[in-house]
Write a protein that binds this ligand. Structure first.
Ligand SMILES: O=C(O)CCC(=O)C(=O)O
Ligand SMILES: [Fe+2]
Length: 311
């Protein structure tokens, strides 16, 4: 079908066909490219689970290797040792025994720029394809952090990751959590839990609401657990000895404010060794935050901006 004018105002020069304004981008090529990626990576069933249930688990053999997961786990343990002065003992507990909020565990913050393996984790093709499907090609990385969870007495409360957003939340997700399990997720190990279908409520749960229909997410080490920003989730208390370890990658739409600031500290070397999508994850296409001089010309002042679902 031939492209139509977007102005339609009689007597005015109409926008020329082929000359695309920011908000009139053609979605078809993006959708077609995304579908090819989804098929090639065998993710269609996971997309369906995200739509119907609000959460999906990608088994390790579908998107990674045992070797990569082993190296990622060691890199996270290295970071914990650097930050907390002692290497966590995943089998018997360890330094996180002292964390104030044991129900959620201890975060190992801002690890992305410390080891290239974390860059490779966020650039994993399945991570990117699911991010594009849920948040578009312009999504940014908000956090890349480790989480160590020790034995604890309390469940971690149900919530959805739509922070600073009042209800009703948009049905289209605004954030995406991709949690890479580094140890087995079982009930006794303090697994994540979630309420199937809850993403359709488009609001936070009220206090204690949802627990009667929450289900544990049991998954072997190496799995990628993915849920959108509307899905109600929490975590079960860990009754088994030892600690749960995971890598949390949290993505958001580009107009939102990332929790971890990478753009001011990512080096040219790191940018150069990664494909262009990495620059976007760091937010280099978002000029927001300008001062008297307006948008910094080093940033893309709008050419990347689109209004479509998969922009
Ligand atoms: O991994 C968990 O136990 C839950 C953490 C959480 O709420 C999150 O990553 O958004
Ligand atoms: Fe959460």
């Amino acid at each position: 079908m031939e492209a139509q004018s977007t102005t339609g105002t009689a007597g005015k020069e109409e926008v020329a066909v082929g000359k695309v304004d920011w908000f009139g981008k053609d979605i078809a090529p993006v959708a077609t490219r995304l579908w090819s990626e989804i098929k090639a990576l065998d993710l269609a069933e996971h997309i369906a689970e995200l739509e119907v249930l609000g959460l999906t688990v990608i088994p390790p053999e579908k998107f990674t290797t045992r070797d990569f997961v082993g190296r990622l786990r060691s890199a996270l343990l290295d970071m914990a040792e650097i930050r907390f002065g002692e290497r966590p003992d995943l089998d018997h507990g360890g330094p996180t025994e002292a964390v104030p909020s044991r129900a959620v565990g201890q975060m190992i913050r801002y690890v992305l720029l410390e080891n290239p393996i974390f860059e490779q984790a966020v650039m994993n093709p399945a991570v990117l394809a699911l991010t594009t499907y849920m948040l578009g090609e312009n999504a940014i990385l908000s956090t890349c952090e480790g989480l160590i969870k020790p034995q604890c007495d309390d469940d971690f409360f149900l919530h959805c990751d739509a922070f600073f957003m009042p209800a009703p939340l948009p049905m289209v997700p605004q954030t995406l959590n991709l949690t890479w399990a580094m140890t087995d997720y079982t009930r006794a190990n303090g697994a994540l839990c979630y309420v199937p279908g809850s993403h359709r409520y488009c609001r936070q749960p009220r206090a204690n609401e949802g627990w009667s229909s929450a289900v544990p997410v049991e998954a072997p080490a190496g799995s990628l657990i993915v849920w959108g920003g509307n899905t109600w989730h929490g975590a079960l208390r860990r009754t088994a000895p030892g600690q749960r370890l995971s890598l949390l990658m949290f993505m958001m739409r580009p107009g939102m404010r990332p929790q971890e600031d990478y753009r001011s500290r990512v080096t040219a070397e790191i940018l150069d060794r990664n494909p262009p999508r990495f620059r976007k994850l760091m937010g280099f296409h978002v000029a927001y935050g300008w001062q008297e001089k307006g948008p910094d010309p080093r940033f893309d002042g709008g050419a990347s901006v689109g209004s479509h679902y998969w922009d």
